[in-house]
Structure formats: C-alpha cells, structure tokens
Design a protein around this ligand. Structure first.
Ligand code: CP
Ligand code: NVA
Length: 306
C-alpha cells in the first residue's frame, strides 16, 4: 500500500506537477468525464479557518468526480473540542477516500498525514497554500502557453502561505520567482533555500528583495495576496504600502503581463481596483481553476494511493 499526500508544493516533483497540470487542462475540457469517486466514495473536507473558494471548489469538484464531499467545520466537530489529530485520522481513514484540511500549523496536517492511510491534501495552512498555486500555474499556462522561463513577481507579505507556495511551486515549474516584501517580513529562509535548490535543477531562479520596482521590472506575472491573513486580524499593515500592486507597478512589468490574486481581495490595500478589475487581471480564471486543478490533483493522488 502506497499513499501520496499533498502537504506542500514540493510534494510534487517537477514531472509530477506537470502531469497534474496536464490532467487539469483535460479535466477542464471534459468536465464531467472523470468519475474515480463513483460509488459514491466520500472525501472529508475539514475547515479550521473560514473559506469561500476552497470550500466551493472541493465540494463541487468531489461531487463532479462522482463522490460525496463530507464538509466539517472545527466548530462543529470533535476536533474543535480537543479530540486528537491522530484519533481523527484513524476514524476518517476507515470511511473516506481522502482528507482535505484547512488548518493553522503545518505540523498539524503533517500529523494527520502520518496517522492515516488515505491521501491528505493541504487546503491552506499558515505556511503553505499549494492547491492555490496549482490553480495559479494552470492560469499562467492558459495565458502564456507555458511555465518554464516565465517570471512571476509576488508583492506583499513575504512570510505568508502564498509567498512560500509561490517560491516552491514556481521553482518546481522552472519559473523565475521574485518575492518583494519588507525586509522585516521576509519569507522563511528554509523555504527560500529549498526553492533555490529546486530551481537549480529545473532551470528556474529565486530572488527575495525589498525593492518592489526592481521585482516588477519585465515580469510576466504580478501576484499579490491580502496583507492580513486569517488569524492575523488587527496587524499593522503600514509596512506593506510600498508593495501595493497598482498601475505604476504594472507599468514596469512586461507589456503582456498578467495579474493574479488568490482572493479574497481588498481593493485599495494590496491591489488597486483598477488593476484587479482591469484588462490584465486573470483572477476570475484563477478562482475557477481551483476546481479543475484540485479535481486533477485528487484523481492523480487516488491513482497513486492504492
Ligand atoms: N483563495 C482561497 O483559498 O480562498 P478561500 O479562503 O475563500 O477558500
Ligand atoms: N494568506 C491568506 C490567503 C487566503 C486565501 C490567508 O492565509 O488568509
């Protein structure tokens, strides 16, 4: 019995990531043709934090794969009342084909994966948001025709899940990834080191800077995220102001650059309304691609976990 999990972006090797993205394109085209969960088999989708897109796309996606999405919130499950992760993992594996979990610490989802014989998927932790990056990469492929050699520049909170997942996921795809963040809020050095190691093998590159204009110069993709992640409410965001994705920053990028934002977006904060709602924005395709990319991921993980 082998089991594959997707807990962070580098759980997929470069060829595996490409295979999942190929499948995502196919699943998008033949939307209702893939039914590996027919039965239906159930997939547990657990939330310790709020969600709109992730809840929607996993629920719809699991149903479209012929399965039964079993959505549980921390507030209404025993996990939220102190039942251990290990006990939860053992109970779930007897009844579901896979576990999708949005939680806080990465160590929590690692503990779930260590304690169960079914695939575990990270639906966002404080450290990583790898399903979002698969959708982003699908969106870039659609807009640009490919990934290797393209430059993605991310602006804002360097220490958050999106920055970390862009570093690992884009390096895996052979892209050049730049993170522009306040010097006092850099990405985790261990993640930067791992992304640099991956990039050395894929032909990509990794750069971290506090200079937003330099990071934007000639970039093919500008990306940002909320300045206040879930659980950080009340945080002082003044340090992020130089990293707003606005018309000036977009003017420094490649003339055919596209703009990504995982959403939810806060217009006038991390991105201007003009850019988010403008012609270079691909955020609605990006949000739709959560559905297709995650269906492909589940198909791929289930095929390899028998
Ligand atoms: N982008 C994203 O994960 O959105 P939700 O928090 O709404 O799921
Ligand atoms: N960094 C954000 C992403 C939301 C999808 C957060 O963790 O809240």
């Amino acid at each position: 019995m082998t089991v594959r999990h997707f807990l962070r972006d580098d759980d997929l090797a470069p060829a595996e990531q490409a295979a999942v993205l190929d499948l995502a394109a196919q699943v998008k085209k033949d939307r209702f043709a893939h039914r590996p969960l027919e039965g239906p088999r159930s997939v547990a989708v657990l939330f310790d934090k709020p969600s709109t897109r992730t809840r929607l796309s996993f629920t719809a996606g699991i149903a479209e794969l012929g399965g039964n999405p079993l959505v549980m919130d921390a507030g209404t499950s025993q996990l939220g009342r102190g039942e251990t992760i290990a006990d939860t993992a053992r109970v779930l594996e007897r009844q579901v084909a896979a576990i999708v979990w949005r939680t806080a610490g990465q160590e929590r989802i690692e503990e779930m994966a260590a304690g169960t014989a079914v695939p575990v998927v990270n639906a966002l932790t404080d450290e990583f948001h790898p399903c979002q990056i698969l959708a982003d990469l699908q969106t870039v492929r659609e807009a640009k025709g490919g990934l290797a050699g393209a430059t993605l520049a991310y602006f804002g909170d360097g220490a958050n899940n999106m920055a970390h997942s862009y570093l690992l996921g884009c390096a895996t795809a052979g892209m050049h990834v730049r993170v522009a963040a306040p010097a006092s809020l850099p990405p985790d050095p261990a993640v930067v080191a791992r992304a640099t190691e991956i990039a050395a093998a894929t032909g990509g590159s990794v750069a971290v800077t506090d200079d937003a204009a330099r990071a934007a110069a000639g970039a093919d993709i500008l990306a940002t995220d909320t300045w206040v992640s879930m659980g950080e409410e009340g945080k002082d965001t003044s340090r992020y102001e130089p990293y707003q994705v606005n018309e000036d920053l977009l003017g420094r990028a490649d003339p055919a650059a596209i703009v990504l934002h995982c959403l939810p977006a806060y217009r006038g904060k991390e991105i201007t309304a003009g850019v988010l709602d403008g012609p270079r924005s691909r955020v609605w395709d990006e949000a739709e691609n959560r559905l297709h990319a995650q269906k492909a991921l589940l198909v791929w993980l289930l095929e390899r976990s028998r």
